[in-house]
Write a protein that binds this ligand. Structure first.
Ligand code: PPS
Length: 301
């Protein structure tokens, strides 16, 4: 399947026609979750691959064999992509680990009533947009990135592929109070304390690990290990689909990189849109770990 120039519109959201079809998207909405499933949910560029790596390592009690021999899209396929059913059908893994970028409102009907464990990974949206921008330049299945200014506007409008970050974030995090099978964890928490984050995830998955096993997980999902692991760094994908001469999927792996990209005016504009769109969100947490003075929190109004 190439379809590099195809975009699928589904429930008013654009998806790359490469890997997504109307049928695969529709199938996702009726997916029969099992109570033992683990569902990793994220808006793109929020730490999806990192969490896929962490969950695989926890399930293997820190043994990196699977991480080093099986691509992440086979270990934890995207629910909405066309190959998902075939991958899950061919696997006997328990728990099944599934990934999705879909917003809550689309998955809610099929998720409700299931005890599948959901891990929602979020990241400072300023870093998300920068990471997504760089990825657009190398991914031939995504539209032209344009200038960063244009791209930022499309991100804030919610017209990029995969839809609005704001709707995605609010839709999923609004469920944290009512869904005890949902864990919300941030990229920044993982950056600040990977050891603690892995313990939190393993406890949520009811797979407690001994200290040596946690340490092995930490070691094998470090940025440098993952950058050099072809099972997760996307170098298995050919250049016609991802042009590796234009960048690296495992790009910087840092928090706060937006400061190298945003102008003062872009930051002010971002803040104003953010304040307006998040006025109904009452979460508060740190999205910056390097510069404590610039903690970026979502506060109740
Ligand atoms: S995707 O395309 O949605 O699956 O992308 P996603 O995996 O969500 O996000 C990619 C960004 O995550 C960074 N990354 C990491 N950072 C730190 N440590 C580890 N181990 C790690 N693994 C992935 C990756 O570098 C992308 O961020 P940027 O800012 O572009 O470097």
């Amino acid at each position: 399947m190439a379809r590099l120039d195809v975009t699928e519109r589904f429930h008013a959201i654009s998806f790359p026609g490469h890997l997504h079809t109307q049928e695969s998207l529709q199938l996702a909405l009726g997916f029969p979750f099992q109570d033992t499933d683990v569902l990793i949910v994220s808006y793109p560029k929020s730490g999806t691959t990192w969490m896929q790596e962490i969950v695989t390592l926890i399930s293997s009690r820190g043994d990196p064999h699977l991480n080093q021999t099986v691509p992440n899209w086979t270990r934890a396929p995207w629910l909405e992509q066309y190959y998902c059913a075939a991958v899950l059908g061919a696997s006997s893994a328990t728990p099944r680990v599934i990934t999705t970028h879909l917003p809550y409102h689309l998955l809610a009907p099929t998720l409700q009533g299931s005890r599948a464990k959901v891990i929602y990974v979020s990241r400072n949206p300023k870093d998300v947009v920068v990471s997504f921008y760089h990825f657009h330049k190398m991914a031939n299945f995504l539209p032209e990135a344009g200038t960063f200014e244009e791209f930022l506007n499309r991100f804030l409008e919610g017209t990029l592929n995969f839809g609005s970050w704001f709707d995605h974030f609010k839709g999923w995090t609004n469920q944290t109070a009512s869904m005890d099978n949902l864990l919300h964890i941030t990229y920044e928490e993982m950056s600040l304390d990977l050891h603690g984050a892995i313990k939190r995830v393993s406890s949520f998955l009811q797979c407690p690990l001994v200290e040596d096993e946690v340490n092995n997980c930490v070691q094998h999902c470090s940025f440098s290990k993952m950058k050099n692991n072809k099972m997760v760094n996307y170098t298995l994908i050919t250049n016609d689909i991802i042009d590796h001469s234009k960048g690296s999927f495992m790009r910087k792996g840092k928090t706060g990189d937006w400061k190298n990209m945003f102008t003062v005016e872009q930051n002010q504009y971002f803040e104003s849109v953010f304040t307006s769109k998040m006025h109904d969100c009452n979460l508060e947490f740190v999205w910056e770990v390097q510069d404590k003075e610039e903690n970026f929190s979502v506060t109740a109004v």
